[in-house]
Write a protein that binds this ligand. Structure first.
Ligand code: AMP
Ligand code: MG
Length: 349
């Protein structure tokens, strides 16, 4: 298949190109497009055959449900049984990087929800995403536009790398601003459960809802035979080809440990800006300043892809703090590392 590539300026969207992409969606095709979180791979949310094409283009297991994207929060009425809490969340965080799981209506085929009776809904803020959904005149089902298991794409080059020849079109709209996928919550009466952390933090959610539980799969490995609340949590995710280990400990000990490891192994470090001058003789990719969690979030997936291109045998990264957007970084890294954490103390060096 020949994949058409459209370059669109997010600050001055081109209606002709957007309409052409919306036509592709309406005729059952697949279009990858930028959002503020990561690039999405879109299909009409009410078309089960189009949804099936998403699963096959990505190589995604069919029980891993898709998020459906709407142009305005009230459009959720067409697809889900909403509630007062949904509208509270909508007025605080939409359009933006929040996905809400609610009971689904029959307009959403079960192919889209991986057979679940609930549907995940998000109203993105990215101008290209919004224009595309509006022009399609239907919700757009869109998981991240990467091959299943690889890091999510944060720029068009990543999407082209994974999807060229597999889908109808890609809209190149520059770099994703946030770089990690949306926060996902499910609503249960008056309480929220955080299924996947993202840029909308638990503290921000607590301003709208008194009780925000965190699903155990956010930070812990799933137990044998455990059914996760969010099916995507059971799959290997975000992983580079080389094994990744997370390092915890005092900064000086960690730096020394990384220098010693680099002498013994063909490894690469995802390094904080501050430690780069200290890492003599070490292969590294900078991921931002230690305290700058937003930059680290934005860089993470690109850095994991770049690490693969450098043909190393092992990758080391710092174990993030679990505060604020750090919880989202922690969740992605711990899963990319298959929960491998090395705690470094002086005696290990
Ligand atoms: P992706 O768009 O690739 O980031 O994947 C979307 C993720 O949203 C899936 O992996 C699921 O874990 C989650 N999700 C989507 N729909 C539901 C749902 N109905 N209930 C719980 N989690 C969901
Ligand atoms: Mg994904």
């Amino acid at each position: 298949m020949q994949t058409k590539i459209f370059t669109v300026d997010p600050e001055n969207t081109d209606a002709k190109k957007i309409n052409e992409c919306a036509d592709i969606l309406r005729s059952g095709g697949l279009v990858a497009f930028p959002t503020e979180t990561v690039y999405g791979l879109g299909a009409m949310a009410t078309d089960k055959d189009a949804a099936k094409k998403i699963y096959s283009a990505k190589g995604r297991p069919s029980d891993n449900p898709l998020i459906i994207h709407i142009a305005s929060p009230a459009d959720a009425e067409r697809y889900a049984y909403t509630s007062e809490l949904y509208y509270k969340l909508a007025s605080a965080f939409m359009p933006g990087p929040l996905t809400v799981v609610m009971p689904k209506k029959s307009t959403v085929p079960s192919e889209v929800t991986g057979g679940l009776e609930t549907v995940a809904i998000r109203c993105p803020s990215h101008p290209i995403a919004r224009e595309l959904i509006r022009a399609a005149q239907c919700a757009v089902a869109a998981p991240s536009a990467n091959l299943s298991g690889s890091p999510s794409p944060t720029e068009s080059a990543h999407v082209i790398n994974d999807m060229n020849g597999r889908i109808d079109a890609i809209i190149d709209g520059g770099c994703a601003e946030i770089g990690l996928e949306s926060t996902i919550v499910s609503i249960d009466g008056d309480t929220l459960t955080l299924l996947r952390p993202g840029a909308i933090t638990r503290d921000a959610l607590l301003c709208v809802c008194e009780t925000v539980n965190i699903a155990s799969a956010v930070t812990e490995a799933l137990k044998e035979n455990e059914r996760p609340l969010s099916p995507g949590m059971k799959y290997r995710h975000y992983a580079p080809k080389a094994p990744l280990a997370l390092i915890d400990g005092e900064q000086n000990d960690v730096t020394e440990f990384l220098i010693e490891k680099s002498k013994a192994e063909n490894c690469l470090i995802l390094a904080y800006d501050e430690e780069i001058p200290l890492l003599t003789g070490v292969k590294y990719i900078g991921v931002g300043a230690r305290q700058d969690l937003e930059s680290q979030a934005k860089r993470l997936f690109g850095a994991l892809r770049e690490a693969d291109e450098r043909s190393v045998d092992k990758i080391y990264a710092h174990l993030p703090v679990k505060d604020g957007i750090g919880l989202a970084l922690y969740n992605r890294l711990i899963r990319a590392a298959a929960h491998t954490v090395i705690t470094v103390t002086k005696k290990d060096i």
